[in-house]
Write a protein that binds this ligand. Sequence first.
Ligand code: GLY
Length: 402
Amino acid sequence: MKKPIFNLLALFLSLFLSLSLFSQTKVSDAQLKSLAENAVSKSLEALANSTLEIKDSLKYPNQGTKDFKWQLQTSGDWTSGFYPGCLWYAYELSNDEKYKNWAKKWTSGIEQQKFNNKTHDLGFRFNCAFGNGFRLAPNDPDSQRYKEILLTAAATADSRYSTVIQQYPSDWDEKAKTIENSVGGLVDVMMNLELLLWASENGGDPAIKDRCIAHAKNVFRDFVRADGGTYHIVRYNKDNGIILNKGQLQGDVDESTWSRGHAWMVYGYTVMYRKTKNPEFLKNAMLLADYFIAHLPEDKIANWDFQSKLEHRDASASAIVCSALFELQGYITSSKLQKQYLNQAKSILASLCQLPYFTEGKGTNSLLYHSTQYFHKTQNTDVPCIFADYYFLESLIRYRNL
Ligand code: GLY
């Protein structure tokens, strides 16, 4: 049995630890403002340096090594749009033309993906790159071309719609070969809907909107558990749409909740509400956000899987939800609830702006550390990831625009 003095010491130690973690996120508005300003100026510096590190505008950072070197991919990778997206956000934050020129350079290499109907991730690639370019540089000579490219990419993504499962299906299921006649849906696909809905309002097929609404309703019905947690994948019979099974690919075990997948859902339903104003989607987004917030540790940075006992944080999941909450709070009419969501977004941002998550001082061109791209491939844990940086910058912009 432990001696009482040790129990007392342990109690003081845990109180001290939780107070210091708490103070890391519970900052005053003035402190957060200064943390955010520092994060913006250091991020702009890091992004300018990153163009010298990457050099080749047909190469796109995906994740960093433990010593902060970007590992590069082609435009075919699901993450390729995030780096040009970060450069567009740097332009938005600074108004400095050099970021716009870099953003345009890395955006153009994504165009070759516009007819790629073999992937469910075109939304990430095109919305982050061309979508931001079209939004931020409406008078640029390339603006009309960007619009046409976005519409073509959206038509490609829309061509994947399955009338059997009434969803945009996934192209990726590691177990597909062992489960006969199955077609999978993934939570990630919710992130395609922003591009698709934009297209339906900007010259694309207006019926795309109906397909997005059906997709979102069916995903909520099939992927969300009674407690608000989520499955990553639902497999359906290809011919009749009957559910075969539900589970995880990137999460821990079938009945757990993969935090980044859940973050895509929070973000996706927030966008669905923005675009449709259907109160059902607002309710969905709030329920999913509540689950995410309730499962955060004290420093507000999600573990890679909410039920796993193995601790590897995923700063990207918290960055995605931070950005979504800054938007979501603006839709909430109860001022008490609105403040609660806003405070959660601010607390997450405060944590992301500080060590050990914000990499300032480590001589790195990436912005956030401690993301987990794919836990089951162990080299992918606790590293920088480009999508974490993208949603971190988006959060800083949304915070600044409050
Ligand atoms: N494939 C999307 C993700 O890893 O979040």
